[in-house]
Design a protein around this ligand. Sequence first.
Ligand SMILES: [Zn+2]
Length: 145
Amino acid sequence: MNENKKVKSYLSSTLQCRCPRCRNGKLFVFPISIKLKQNMQMNKHCKTCGQLTEIEVGFYYGTGYVSYALTVALSVASFVAWFVLIGMSVKDNRFFIWMGANAILLLLLQPWLMRLSRSIWISWFVFYEPDWEKIKKDNQSVEIS
Ligand SMILES: [Zn+2]
């Protein structure tokens, strides 16, 4: 049975916000939406392998750095795209229009960026275990209320 299960790669499981341990269970309770509060609600445990999603209190504070790096990378990409497609000049307002367009783009992508940051962050601390079914983890039975 399990041999037929297709295992996701690191990249696709991280982009899809899946548990980094089994690469199958969803990290977030709800599908992505603009409701920010609901959007960031995470499953306490992975529904597939039982991995805790908040390993310790304040575990996700570090996601600010990931989010910042993603934002900078996106801004650089949009600047390059704007420079190539539309162009930049000091004589008109094209630079400032880019700044506005980039701000709107980042705002629209914010729900996705926040989730992706958490997914990337947890993937640096929880590693993929192909035979997770055989390995019992100590923190599996821990319940945080
Ligand atoms: Zn899992």
